[in-house]
Design a binder for this molecule. Structure first.
Ligand code: GDP
Ligand code: IMO
Ligand code: MG
Length: 433
């Protein structure tokens, strides 16, 4: 029988989704993205060789897997064709293995210009976006003035819509932000040219998913960003512009929620965040430095330093609730090796014993001061360990403590960046729904 699982981030992104999607894809026929765009940076390491994917699903490196870019994903044609070319050069066959929804909203150069101009204008108050035009593209989608990928195929209609949209964007760019406008002819010609190379991949992606289900094949849905960056449930306004939580799987792909069997929340054994916004457990001391250096915490998309801090069990429990999380995958356990003591945020001062059930405002979240529980660390290396029994007792106790606090079973533990460096306690495809 067909199983459908969702893999998504339980924190502020970069939890290790790419590694885990690639790993679990050995049991899936289709991997589908359903939200976000090339703001994502998903790292896969296979036999020591690293690949970073932004827009292409992380099933791309397995020949037998078909990949889908669902209607909820915002698509920049430059980014898409560049990534396809890069993988093709590595000998990976893309054609016939990638299907893209024609309903994907386009990210145009003017969206990128607007994103960057707006961030510059905000100065200290900037969100710290990836500058990829994500926010403006989603805004146009919701405002019903956006252009969808398939609309390029009717070139005269496309030109007329583009003209109207650029008129609007250029007004903002030149009159409000005082920056250069985006040229209509150049954008039009560029889109037509790039569209040619992906046109054959545009198809009815909803039907692909449903026919997969009918024929008993497994589907894996790959989330981008993380739950605390969700436009509704995250630390607003320091969030991305899409719903990053499980509900978005259905709307962003056309595969109804009752067909989903399992939601895997990926979380680091500590916490990181890139960009601005509240982060109660952030560390500015030598432990923060340890996490950043041992964990090599640099953004996979923008190369920015990631902010680092202790595991926030309250925030992950909140993520578990809003995602109906079935299981947790705990990544980067190895990064904690060698620390004497490890702290976990188990509450916030002022909230008493109550757990935070709503973390939707940055102002509210900013004021929270963590209450920590301290646990003993471990000296031995956990790098590459593949069996729970081989982990130091303190590491097992730490995992059990998190499991208990978040109240969701830890089904997978990651002990290194490579596909093989993993402990699978329960494979999501084997869990009875
Ligand atoms: P994603 O956006 O959620 O796919 O995560 P990123 O790829 O942006 O960031 C995760 C980083 O951690 C990548 O460099 C991975 O190669 C690396 N990584 C993933 N799992 C582990 C792990 O268990 N241990 C270590 N040391 N690195 C890991
Ligand atoms: P993956 O999929 C971490 C953050 C940005 C910024 C905010 C808004 O690799 O986990 P945007 O460009 O989306 O408008 O930026 O969201 N952000 C991410 N942080 N990982 C990501 O993706 C992110 N995608 C966006 O840093 O704070
Ligand atoms: Mg990333």
């Amino acid at each position: 029988m067909s199983k459908s699982i969702v893999v998504l981030g339980a924190q502020w992104g970069d939890e290790g989704k790419g590694k885990i999607v690639d790993l679990l894809t050995d049991r899936a026929s289709v991997v589908a993205r359903f939200q976000g765009g090339h703001n994502a940076g998903h790292t896969l390491v296979i036999n020591g060789e690293k690949t970073v994917l932004h827009l292409l699903p992380s099933g791309m490196l397995r020949d037998s897997v078909h990949c889908v870019i669902g209607n909820g994903v915002v698509v920049n044609l430059h980014a898409l064709t560049k990534e396809i070319d890069e993988l093709s050069r590595k000998g990976i066959v893309i054609l016939d293995r990638l299907s893209i929804s024609g309903a994907c909203p386009l990210i145009l150069p003017s969206h990128i210009a607007l994103d960057q101009a707006r961030e510059k204008h905000k100065g200290d108050k900037k969100i710290g976006t990836t500058g990829r035009g994500i926010g403006p593209a989603y805004e146009d989608k919701v405002a019903r003035r956006g252009i969808r990928l398939a609309e390029i195929s009717d070139s005269s209609m496309f030109r007329s819509k583009l003209n109207e949209l650029l008129d609007y964007h250029n007004f903002w760019l030149t009159e409000y932000f005082k920056v250069r406008p985006i040229d209509l002819n150049h954008t039009f010609e560029d889109c037509l040219k790039l569209f040619e190379s992906v046109n054959s991949m545009i198809t009815d992606t909803v039907e692909i998913l449903h026919s997969c289900r009918r024929s008993g094949k497994n589907i894996l849905f790959e989330g981008a960003q993380g739950s605390l960056l969700d436009i509704d449930h995250g630390t607003y306004p320091f969030v991305t512009s899409s719903n990053t939580t499980a509900g978005s799987t259905a709307t962003g792909s056309g595969y109804g929620p009752l067909f989903l069997d399992y939601v895997l929340g990926i979380t680091k054994a500590y916490t990181t965040r890139v960009g601005s916004g509240p982060f109660p457990t952030e560390l500015f001391d030598e432990v923060g430095y340890h996490l950043a250096t041992v964990g090599a915490e640099k953004g996979a998309t923008t190369g920015r330093d990631r902010r680092c801090g202790w595991f926030d069990a309250v925030a992950v429990k909140y993520a578990a609730r809003i995602n109906s999380m079935s299981g947790i995958c705990l990544t980067k356990l190895d990064v904690l090796d060698g620390l004497d003591r490890i702290k976990v945020c188990t509450g916030y001062k002022g909230l008493g014993d109550h757990e935070a059930t709503q973390l939707t405002s940055a102002d509210q979240f900013e004021k929270l001061e963590p209450i920590y529980t301290e646990l003993p660390g471990w000296k031995d290396s956990t790098v590459g360990i593949k069996s729970l029994d081989d982990l130091p007792n303190e590491a097992i106790d730490y995992i059990k403590f998190l499991e208990d606090r978040v109240d969701v079973p830890v089904d997978i533990i990651s002990t290194g960046p490579d596909r093989e460096q993993t402990i699978i306690l329960r494979n999501p495809f084997d869990v009875k729904s």
